[in-house]
Design a protein around this ligand. Sequence first.
Ligand code: NAD
Ligand code: UDP
Length: 315
Amino acid sequence: MHTRKRILVTGGAGFLGSHLCDRLVGEGHDVICADNFFTGSKDNIVHLLDNPHFELMRHDVTFPLYVEVDEIYNLACPASPVHYQYDPVQTTKTSVHGAINMLGLAKRTKAKIFQASTSEVYGDPIVHPQPESYNGNVNPIGPRSCYDEGKRCAETLFFDYKRQHNLNIRVVRIFNTYGPRMHPNDGRVVSNFIMQALRDQPITIYGDGQQTRSFCYVDDLIDGFLRMMAAPDSVTGPVNLGNPHEFTIKQLAETVIQLTGASSELISAPLPADDPLQRQPDIGLAKTHLNWEPSIQLEAGLVKTIAYFRNLVAG
Ligand code: NAD
Ligand code: UDP
């Protein structure tokens, strides 16, 4: 029998959060979306606003929240380096105070709570691909630290709340994910390259373009979120979620040019400090515990994403 749950999604007006709200409402749940609109937008969830099973709250997770819920997905946090470095102190507060507030809420309501952690907890990894057992290589005082260390501390809090207060927790480490509703000026590589190509502007490759990333399409990722939440309580994570197919940034640029038919040239720009050289998830745990692996490969996902951005540029 299907039971309607009351589910809180923090950061629900953002890229990933809005897709998650769609899926949860679609599955017949009551969803509360809490967002301070720092990087998210009402446009991402406007189609849900008339649905009586969807509720939007303007709320900053660094402040306590009192609602009655069965499950919490904690996604609130800017994810693009440009945005999380804009106000680094607020980024750390969002991860750490946000986690404390949401864990407190979970403790009071006895809700199951999910944390959107990140591959950034591995920093510039020396072990490749990265399994969950790898403790990472993170610079604690660099420009990316507010995000990386904030997310690491949030993981610590999740596991301490589990040990100390017996909370039912789920932690996933998300690797680079892309798709419709990424902010066009978000600064992340997929949205940057597509926007540049659609405008026939030069494609900005930071460094020599030989650094690698592994790109997961948003629908695959959200499927992994739901499987993680539905898994037996012993599956706390952390579990890596991402697409293990690894590409150089130069290969990504060439694919975007080919799929858009752009006449853009590739230009070189300085490599940001602490930019990881390589990144690829080991998804063995997700396969074993969640029976999950991505099904949408880069070209197919890029075609859908390009169509979204084309509409945005035209509109
Ligand atoms: P996003 O920037 O589109 O979404 C983040 C959302 O959180 C936005 O709607 C923003 O307004 C909101 N937010 C930020 N600070 C807040 C605060 N203090 N209170 C309430 N809301 C706040 O980014 P995204 O790609 O959707 O990322 C969602 C989550 O997934 C983040 O926690 C991010 O760290 C994590 N993640 C994403 C990726 C990825 O590739 N997309 C990779 C690793 C981890
Ligand atoms: N990048 C790039 N050009 C851009 C934006 C990003 O070459 O216009 C590179 C960036 O230096 C990094 C990779 O693409 O090596 C992924 O960057 P992104 O900001 O998307 O995410 P990260 O994985 O670094 O957090």
